[in-house]
Design a protein around this ligand. Sequence first.
Ligand code: SF4
Length: 275
Amino acid sequence: MISDSMDGNIGSGPRTGDSARTERRARPPSGGIAEMLRRVNEALVCMYGAKQLTPNWDPVGEMIHIILTQNTSDVNSDRTYAALRHAYASWEDVAAASPSEIADLIRIGGLADIKAGRIVDVLARLEADYGHISLEALCDMNDDEAFDYLTSLPGVGPKTAACVLLFAMGRPVFPVDTHVHRVANRIGLVDTKQPAATQAELAPAVPDDIVYQLHMNMVEHGRLTCRALRPECECCALSGGCAWAKTRAVGEDATKSCASELSGACYVAEGHEQA
Ligand code: SF4
């Protein structure tokens, strides 16, 4: 089994990867956007409930798990991660394995050869930097230093770095995946083309105390309601203040009723004022 050290446990949480590097704290939180984000957070809590973070204290495992989530379902990434955990006694053993051997273990998750190469590369880099495979050094870094180190690792982009810091270590670093990116752009919080650009712009503005909850609920919102195709704006607590919904005249030509139990307290009206 993989060791029970901080880096040896098997983590969990949302995952995917990207490659662009960015600064977590490009600018201090602005009052206007921070207040807007709090209102969005309140509305999403009404829709999806409060979320409480319990860090898994396994940054290496979290990072490997995120690599395995790329272009596959949560179920398949969990299965490939479990297969990896079962097959090797330590991360050092994984690093010493041939990429083809690892690829055979994780093939069900797709992109197996690419993912296997990334896993071996990132583990080898940790071993070269610290003499063993660990991310304990992050504990002595502030959030920006830790983010910069993680994004310097091969194949680790800003979302992966933020997920490692947030889910494994409880650091208030806001990850942006495709769901968060889509929701943030539709609401009008940002006007960006790529998740990495959204993260660079949005992450510094998210108040520390809502980072986890807002991330989780924006992901859920993107999966369940603000879907890429046919978003259910009629059922959305954000529709009154949503820039994208306005362009679709949501509410004026709505032909269906919403079966959800959104209360008036959930609704964020035009100008992001609560009704
Ligand atoms: S109103 Fe529609 S587009 Fe806007 S956030 Fe809600 S579901 Fe998404």
